[in-house]
Design a protein around this ligand. Structure first.
Ligand code: CA
Length: 371
């Protein structure tokens, strides 16, 4: 067994701290800091446009982007001003990636699976069905090697991604008929995007793409038989409980969907160092803000739904098992077709496998037996 010397482990931390402080002092008197100081102009203002994939002021997600802009403004003492545009205000939602890539806008917010048409491997940085929860996705991206791979993927598009939000676990969606067996999925027209949609199709259903604003009408008119959206808070606001019979759990396709900020790399590198750090720090705050807000609001609205008699069901084990097997087939196809996806999936899978015994020993026991 590998021995860890406690004294040296503790000392190492202390030394690192002392060394850090020493570096700071050295830096202040070095030529390098002079360069940085010369690029710091208190009177120079940076005005950026942020395009988002969310409807304007969309609860929590769009509102979070507005807050991000306020935080950056405050932290920079007003030197950096970001104007936030909802989808359709400056450009259509799903053109945000191209707009920031080309420099039409400087910064954007969305989720990486929207860009799967351009970068199939991007989907792994949003949501993988039967993948990981928010905490695990955060750990993989921020501390488990994911971020480096993500940046490598966006680099050819002159973009830098930052982790900036998570929906946490989502619900499985709204259905007008009961799902009792795998056969009940056959021919079912459901609004379900991303990898989840591909899995649903392969399992016998039909995945329909509808923009957020059209889902309610499509479901009401029978253009679709079912839809997923996010969780109780957003789903209640959409009014789905008024037109669908059953609300199914769990969101097998989105257990912890990551959201992103993407910045034009050339513009980012042209910023003074402190503003770069401010953007990175505000992204981290946005990540936390969205998770905590959603956790609170979803619980609150689940209670409201139960009080109003919404029929909440769970997918039968047979259906979950089928969707799980189908997910692996879909992932295998993607990985076989695209070397970049293979590389990202390898990292994702390794992280998940390494993390599993730890989370099984602790959190799984906590959920099953303690809480
Ligand atoms: Ca969803």
């Amino acid at each position: 067994m590998k021995k860890i010397n406690r004294a040296s482990f503790l000392k190492k931390g202390g030394l690192a701290l002392a060394a850090g402080a020493g570096t700071l002092v050295a830096c202040n008197s070095s030529g390098e800091s002079k360069n940085e100081a010369s690029s710091f102009d208190p009177n120079k203002k940076y005005k950026w446009n942020m395009v988002t994939t969310w409807p304007p002021n969309f609860p929590i997600l769009g509102e979070g982007c507005n807050k991000f802009a306020e935080w950056v403004n405050e932290m920079s003492g007003g030197r950096m001003q970001i104007r936030v545009f909802g989808g359709g205000e400056l450009i259509p939602s799903l053109e945000a990636f191209d707009a920031v890539s080309s420099g039409t806008a400087q910064i954007g917010h969305g989720s990486a699976y929207y860009w799967a048409g351009k970068i199939p491997a991007a989907q792994f940085f949003a949501s993988v069905p039967f993948g990981m929860n928010a905490q695990q996705v955060n750990a993989w991206i921020m501390s488990g090697g994911g971020l480096e791979l993500w940046r490598e993927l966006y680099e050819p598009f002159d973009l830098i991604p930052f982790l900036a939000g998570n929906t946490n676990a989502q619900m499985g969606g709204w259905f007008n008929k009961e799902i009792n067996t795998v056969d009940d999925l056959k021919g079912l027209k459901m609004r379900i995007p991303g990898l989840g949609g591909r899995v649903f199709e392969r399992a016998g259903g039909s995945a329909i793409l509808s923009a957020g604003g059209e889902i309610y009408t499509n479901l009401e008119r029978g253009v679709i038989d079912a839809t997923e959206w996010i969780g109780p808070f957003h789903d209640y606001k959409m009014g789905f409980h008024k037109i669908a019979k059953y609300y199914y759990s769990p969101g097998w396709h989105e257990a912890g969907t990551a959201l992103e900020i993407f910045v034009n790399k050339t513009n980012f590198e042209g910023l003074p160092k402190d503003l770069q750090v401010i953007i990175e720090t505000a992204s981290a705050r946005l990540n936390l803000y969205m998770m905590t807000e959603l956790e609170v609001k979803n619980a609150e609205y689940l209670k409201i739904m139960r009080e109003e008699g919404v029929d909440i069901r769970s997918f039968p084990d047979e259906v979950i098992q089928k969707l799980k097997e189908t997910t692996q087939e879909v992932i295998n196809d993607i990985v076989n077709d695209d070397p970049k996806s293979a590389k990202v999936y390898e990292s994702f899978k390794n992280f998940k496998q390494t993390n599993k015994p730890w989370s099984d020993l602790t959190e799984r026991v906590f959920y099953n037996k303690i809480s």
